[in-house]
Design a protein around this ligand. Structure first.
Ligand SMILES: *Cc1c(COP(=O)(O)O)cnc(C)c1O
Length: 463
């Protein structure tokens, strides 16, 4: 019974199963590097990295002698979040899959400053409790010059969808909400505004057609059950040609005739009109045209953290703030701090990318192209999930072979290029200029990996 002898760990074992030489869990966890990493990583994570290497040795993928080195390398490389910073080389400014808006330096500083104990709901001069998020509220009001009867007020919730749910629940209840068929938007990942609205118990009364809706359509649908009017900006698509929609001021007059609230979801969060995006509605104009409350996202064109912004007539906003649901969708201190700093700080990365000088983009692309030995081609960026569908942003890209795309994504500095027409396009619009050198290094590293493993099938996944 040689196997029984081996199992009991006899002296003659060295010739036997090499798996017995796999370092023990306790010994690995006691290595000074792993002890030092306990400040940075949880016991569960360290344990997981140890077992992963031990498993690979058990399966024969790794020699037992290599386990310790692999564990040390894995621990050194592991950060407490598995989210990887990405250089966005797609030319798409508000990229939903990359977390929408990158934050401004001021917002990042505010996040760090507010990460500990912070006076989010406390007046330090009196020691008394104060209104939560007063700074963000003041910054929103200062950013919006609209004059409305009774004055403006503002409220911040978790995201645009939560803002719409809160406004509908508090103002419409189980009544009917009238909305144009041309504005029943799917906002992404299969989520549809009509489903979101009806999930609150409100009933949707759709009027008009996909391409044309008139004032008379709204007027004809008004009845005893009507509890509000809703206008949604179709921020991610465009209907061209024979179209017509009812402007906010006309909806205002209908709402006034019947004593109804008018909710306007502008989507993207421009505070005032931007000449670069002529068709994008802004909060100020929507309020001045007569909206009782406007809704926008914090992380689209505004360039801030994920947040739902509600601005409107003071009495309406106060009604929303007092509704029990407001507590369920309330923004945290980090969001409030970053939003305030987005509004009161310097230009956001979104704004810089949208208004990037095409000539400067060309110079940077040419410098990068020369550094990596690749041609520069004209390339149009886009605003992206944030709004302004169909608005091209003229710019330039460095054209690389398509096979480089997965190597760029999985390199030490992750780069997301655009793969289009059999090419891998690297657009500098959304890359902060100080990162140009790092981007060139990442491309050269990808070129080198491709050069050394020409026949290796390239992994398709991310990290
Ligand atoms: C993006 C968008 C939403 C959803 O906002 P989130 O902040 O993503 O929850 C709602 N309405 C419109 C018109 C939008 O564009």
């Amino acid at each position: 019974m040689p196997s029984a002898l081996t199992e009991s760990g006899s002296e003659s074992e060295p010739a036997g199963d090499p798996r017995r030489r796999i370092p023990r869990t306790d010994d690995l966890l006691a290595l000074p590097e792993l002890v030092a990493a306990r400040d940075r990583l949880s016991g569960t994570v360290l344990h997981g990295l140890v077992s992963e290497s031990q498993d690979r040795a058990r399966r024969g993928v790794l020699s037992p002698d290599e386990v310790q080195a692999e564990v040390l390398a894995a621990v050194a490389a592991r950060t407490a979040t598995t989210l990887h910073p990405v250089l966005n080389a797609t030319g798409v400014v508000v990229h939903t899959n990359l977390g929408r808006a990158p934050l401004s330096a001021a917002a990042v500083e505010a996040l760090v400053a507010s990460s500990g104990y912070v006076d989010v709901e406390m007046d330090l001069s009196t020691g008394q409790r104060s209104k939560r998020g007063a700074g963000a509220r003041a910054a929103l009001l200062a950013a919006c010059p609209a004059e409305v009867p009774g004055g403006l007020d503002a409220l911040v919730v978790n995201n645009g969808a939560a803002a719409l749910v809160l406004a509908t629940t508090a103002l419409v209840g189980t009544g009917e909400l009238i909305v144009s068929r041309g504005e029943l938007v799917e906002i992404g990942a299969g989520f549809r505004l009509p489903d979101l609205i009806t999930s609150t118990g409100a009933r949707l009364r759709e009027v008009g057609t996909t391409n044309r809706t008139h004032r008379a359509d709204y007027a004809g649908a008004l009845g005893l059950e009507t509890a509000g009017l809703l206008k949604v900006h179709p921020s991610n698509f465009r209907v061209d040609g024979f179209t017509s929609a009812v402007p906010i001021d006309q909806l205002r007059s209908l709402a006034d005739e019947h004593g109804l609230p008018l909710i306007v979801d502008v989507g993207s969060g421009l505070f005032t009109a931007d000449p670069a995006l002529p068709e994008e509605p802004d909060l100020t104009s929507a309020l001045e045209a007569g909206a009782d409350v406007v809704i926008a996202s914090g992380d689209k064109l505004l360039g801030g953290p994920q947040a739902g912004i509600l601005l409107g007539r003071a009495a309406v906003i106060q009604r929303l703030a007092r509704h029990p649901l407001a507590r369920a969708v309330r923004a945290d201190k980090l969001t409030l701090a970053a939003l305030e700093a987005t509004l009161d700080g310097g230009p956001t990365p979104v704004s810089r990318a949208l208004h990037a000088d095409p000539e400067r983009l060309r110079e940077r692309a040419e410098r990068l192209g020369a550094a990596v030995g690749a041609p520069v081609v004209a390339h149009e960026g886009r605003v992206g999930g944030g709004g302004a569908p169909g608005v091209p942003l003229a710019g330039w890209a460095v054209r690389l072979p398509a096979e480089l795309a997965p190597l760029l994504r999985t390199g030490r500095t992750a780069v997301l290029p655009r793969v289009h027409d059999g090419a891998c396009l690297v657009d500098l619009r959304c890359i902060p200029e100080p990162d140009d050198g790092r981007l060139a290094d990442a491309i050269r590293a990808a070129q080198a990996r491709r050069g050394t493993h020409p026949d290796t099938p390239v992994p398709d996944g991310g990290h």
